[in-house]
Design a protein around this ligand. Sequence first.
Ligand code: C5P
Length: 301
Amino acid sequence: MTSVTVRVPAKVNVQLAVGAARPDGFHDLANVFLAVGLYDDVTVEPADSLTLTCTGPGSDQVPLDRTNLAARAAIALAERHGLGDPKVRIHIAKGIPVAGGMAGGSADAAGALVACDALWGTRASREELLDICAELGSDVPFSLVGGAALGTGRGEKLQLLDVGGQFWWVFAVADGGLSTPAVYREFDRLTPRAPDPVASPALLDALRTGDVRALAATVTNDLQPAALSLFPSLQATLDAGTSGGALAALVSGSGPTTAFLAADEAAAHRIADALATSGTCRTARVAPSPAPGAARVFEAF
Ligand code: C5P
């Protein structure tokens, strides 16, 4: 094979229940992930050494060295299969907001892993791929599987969930980013005694039945007060989406992207227009959910 492209989705957390910090610094979560139809495309090709390129909105903020999660994924797979330092060019075409709380970096890691596995013929099992994903980051296993899942532990232990319909979202991309560790530190400061995180049965029911109003009534994000504390102008964005007709408005993951649940596709476009003209965000993007996980979309021989 001479080239493989893998498409990987963004995610929104419809429930993000966060417990107290653990001795290892991570937090136990009840994290209900929903993959949404905003994608990065990761292409890999043989090269003389490991190189990384990136295009698309926000790509100037993406590190192009070996700290990039996509590079780390290639290195981890090569190491496990005795291939030495990976000789691969990785190209990331960004469609997912960068540093936005939508797991863009995790998506690139899952994409690079699946793409390199195909390019090199390493034929790693699903279990091995998920294992490598969990080593790379808490959200990476979900980027591989897509759909909807409950993540426990630090978010990496996944239980797949049924979704009984399509949900339409609008995502408002903020000017600037938020550091995930900084948001968790702010959570710790604001929440001295966080209770153990538990998935909401009403929310899981809403997903299972595809009931958008029930989902809107049950979405929660425990990181939202911390994200708002570090990025107070997000409140104006949340208010603009609510005035525009959103059934629910919340910060996506650790932010600063904000997510708006719409009654249907037409409502989603109206909310996106309202957000775009509100002057409270950089852009507003419409996306359906659930979306599939990492999938090969192109290969050349
Ligand atoms: O796992 P990942 O590398 O994506 O996590 C990024 C950072 O987010 C961690 O270093 C930690 O500060 C925070 N985090 C956390 N608890 C989790 C997941 C992430 O504290 N369950």
